[in-house]
Design a protein around this ligand. Structure first.
Ligand code: SAH
Length: 283
């Protein structure tokens, strides 16, 4: 489209349909282009009526203002950074809880792309590191992060991934010192929570179970998050501190586990921490 504009020459008749063409080719950039008037005028062969029609339509285009776009990007980035920071906090807290529980054989349930697995493998001190997820895509990501097919044999024999779901009893989940369930329960339909509890606390029964989940009270601190929405579109629920405590206490009592609840990230006086962690120890 710019060739005739730069030539300032068109060798065929320019009619009303050229306005449509201009708008179609210019979609997404022309309305905000600093030279849009000149580009339109030249493209439409200096026909005043057509140019006026085109410019009027371009002015109606609801284009984001470039400064606002920049700002939004900067904000998004800051939010991502804050989230990365929170990820690090969470990883550190979960690792510390696993180590404090003396766990050497650990299964990470809903391991996602394997951040915790990688930290366990690199940090050392674990004899068996297993990741399970329902999503094959997540498992592929984990395999890549761990470079699972290029590990030296001593490491390769310590780490393993498999596909499965948390809401069914599964003998492959048995026999571990500890299980981590990091930012996963909020992805489960509330009607499947009881099945998850039976499969993990009732059947697999590892010595230690570390569960983390968002604290919904903290959401007002995320300025990128529209009021009242969850942190991720896949979340089925997000709990307050009180809701989490009540759930965790009931599960601990039902299945014979002791319970400690810890904040993860800055624990603010009114809204609490961004993430809440329950550490269950089999009695
Ligand atoms: N624990 C990881 C990933 C959290 S995202 C981390 O902290 O980075 C939630 C993960 O739970 C996703 O990878 C999703 O595929 C997995 N998941 C959701 N429902 C599941 C289920 N029923 N069984 C196993 N994994 C599940």
């Amino acid at each position: 489209m710019l060739v005739p504009v730069l030539d300032d020459e068109k060798h065929y008749w320019v009619g009303d349909d050229e306005v449509e063409k201009l708008l179609r080719f210019g979609e997404g950039w022309l309305a905000g282009h600093p030279e849009r008037d000149q580009i339109s005028r030249r493209y439409l062969r200096h026909q005043a009526r057509l140019t006026r029609a085109a410019l009027a339509r371009l002015a109606d285009d609801d284009l984001p203002d470039p400064d606002a776009t920049q700002l939004a990007h900067a904000e998004e980035e800051a939010a991502v950074e804050r989230r990365i920071d929170l990820n690090e906090h969470r990883l550190g807290a979960v690792l510390a809880a696993l180590r404090a529980g003396g766990a050497r054989r650990v299964i990470d349930l809903g391991c996602g792309e394997g951040r915790l697995l990688k930290a366990m493998l690199d940090g050392g001190g674990f004899d068996e590191i297993v990741g399970m997820d329902v999503s094959s895509r997540a498992l592929e990501g984990a395999a890549r992060r761990l470079r699972i097919d290029r590990l030296p044999p001593d490491r390769a024999q310590r780490v393993r991934l498999f596909q499965g779901t948390l809401t069914y009893r599964d003998r492959r989940l048995r026999g571990f010192d500890a299980a981590a369930v990091v930012e996963v329960i909020e992805h489960l339909d509330t009607s499947r929570l009881a099945a998850f509890e039976r499969a993990l606390f009732g059947d697999a029964r590892p010595g230690v179970i570390v569960v983390t989940t968002p604290n919904v009270e903290y959401n007002v601190r995320f300025d990128w998050l529209p009021a009242g929405s969850f942190r991720h579109k896949d979340h089925q629920f997000e709990w307050t501190r009180e809701q989490f405590r009540r759930w965790a206490e009931a599960v601990a009592a039902r299945y014979g586990y002791g319970l400690r609840i810890e904040p993860v990230g800055p624990d603010e006086p009114t809204v609490g921490p961004p993430t809440q962690m329950g550490v269950f120890s089999r009695e």
